[in-house]
Design a protein around this ligand. Structure first.
Ligand SMILES: [Zn+2]
Length: 193
């Protein structure tokens, strides 16, 4: 968005980058506690700090449009409506998809999800890309971004050089600092006690 010399910038809020072993550890924790997460879906969806939590592997993307991190809250909202789900190939249970990428043109795709019965993570190709497109739209609409207003305070000309003084960015919307998945699970466990 731009009007005159002022424009707004969306800065996506992310969790600190993790090492491979940290990612592995947190994924294991997520697998072990997936039922706990489903049981507490209301709490997670209604608590912004939890809503915007995610694992590195939670990504939904479409060819040409790019990919977005999918928050656990946005995934729970999809699953609640039966969207972005499939069948586990190990046990036939419900597979809750958390990542997917596909091409709307060719329909080729690949997804990954977790089964609530056997808790295995498995990869799948869906018969069509529609579920991924629906998930993409929802995930994109629920991005956690800081909104910044930037004003052009300085101009440059060869005649007079740099004119005016810089105007500091103004934060219009702060965005949410999300809990890590480990924090989310630990805190919910404490509440359940
Ligand atoms: Zn299964």
């Amino acid at each position: 968005m731009q009007s005159g010399d002022t424009w707004s910038i969306e800065e996506i809020i992310t969790l600190p980058r993790q090492s491979k072993s940290e990612i592995k550890k947190e994924t294991e924790m997520f697998k072990e506690n997936f039922s706990l997460i489903l049981d507490n879906s209301r709490l997670i969806m209604n608590t912004p700090r939890y809503y915007y939590s995610y694992l590195e592997s939670f990504i939904v993307g479409l060819v040409y449009l790019g990919g977005h991190k999918a928050s656990i809250g946005s995934l729970l909202q999809l699953w609640e409506k039966g969207i972005f789900m499939d069948e586990c190939r190990h046990c036939g249970g419900s597979l809750y998809l958390f990542s997917g990428k596909g091409s709307p043109l060719s329909g080729s795709n690949s997804c990954a999800g977790i089964c609530n019965e056997c808790r295995e993570i498995s990869h799948k190709n869906l018969p069509d890309v529609k579920q991924i497109m629906n998930a993409y739209k929802h995930v994109k609409d629920s991005i956690n971004a800081r909104l910044i207003l930037r004003t052009k305070g300085q101009t440059f000309s060869f005649k007079s050089g740099l004119v005016g003084s810089p105007v500091p960015d103004r934060i219009i919307r702060q965005g949410i600092s999300p809990a890590t998945m480990t924090e989310l699970i630990n805190e919910i466990r404490m509440l359940e006690r």
